[in-house]
Design a protein around this ligand. Structure first.
Ligand SMILES: CC(C)(COP(=O)(O)OP(=O)(O)OC[C@H]1O[C@@H](n2cnc3c(N)ncnc32)[C@H](O)[C@@H]1OP(=O)(O)O)[C@@H](O)C(=O)NCCC(=O)NCCS
Length: 177
């Protein structure tokens, strides 16, 4: 596989609809009830509006759309709509999709909701630096995860020539990661 990650706009709404409808049909339990409101029956106008209030990236492999991810803007942007087609899983597509939205989020922390019990997704997100921030599921059965801003995670390189404070921990993930 050599997947490519592509941001899409409102005119690509049909492509997003097709991937999303498949995701909701094949992995219904991975998404909160509210996510199912934007599904096969939604009119074009609703798809276009949804694409205006979030950025969607699609993963494309050999001309086929095999995954999606979204980012809603905010001081702490929210990662949404994460899905990779079953035939494309465990090949690094999810990692590429998350990296695309992390790059977009830049210096900001990123939050997300994941259904309690979706251990595969929780393990996947943990591998990208997210930590669980809730113990109890919300009213839709979702837990929250957060990835601290790069600066708070010590992920930025120190300016050249500036020595580390005596006793300061080595650069790397903090307890908050
Ligand atoms: C979770 C999901 C997006 C992962 O996508 P993916 O393309 O398979 O993930 P990657 O191949 O990039 O995996 C990267 C790493 O994440 C971890 N990981 C991925 N899937 C995992 C699983 N099922 N169980 C445990 N760890 C997993 C592994 O560490 C993996 O690295 P490795 O393959 O070298 O061991 C995909 O399984 C999916 O779409 N699931 C259904 C929908 C869903 O749950 N979406 C999340 C909604 S919040």
């Amino acid at each position: 596989m050599s997947p490519r990650i592509e941001p899409i706009g409102p005119d690509d709404w049909r492509r997003w609809r097709d991937v999303r409808v498949r995701a909701l049909a094949e992995d219904p339990d991975a998404f909160a009830c509210s996510a199912h409101l934007l599904g096969a029956d939604a009119p074009e106008e609703q798809w276009r509006r949804a694409l205006g209030d979030r950025t969607i990236h699609l993963a494309v492999d050999a001309g086929r759309d095999v995954g999606m991810i979204g980012l809603r803007p905010g001081a702490e942007p929210e990662l949404v709509s994460m899905w990779v087609a079953p035939e494309a899983r465990r090949a690094g597509v999810g990692r590429l999709l998350v990296d695309a939205v992390l790059e977009q989020a830049g210096e900001r922390p990123v939050i997300l909701r994941v259904m309690a019990g979706n251990d595969a997704a929780i393990a996947f997100y943990a591998g990208r630096g997210f930590v669980l921030t809730s113990r109890e599921p919300d009213q839709e059965g979702a837990l929250t995860m957060r990835r601290a801003a790069p600066a708070a995670r010590g992920a930025w390189p120190r300016p050249a020539g500036r020595p580390r404070r005596p006793g300061a921990p080595p650069p790397g993930p903090t307890a908050d990661q």
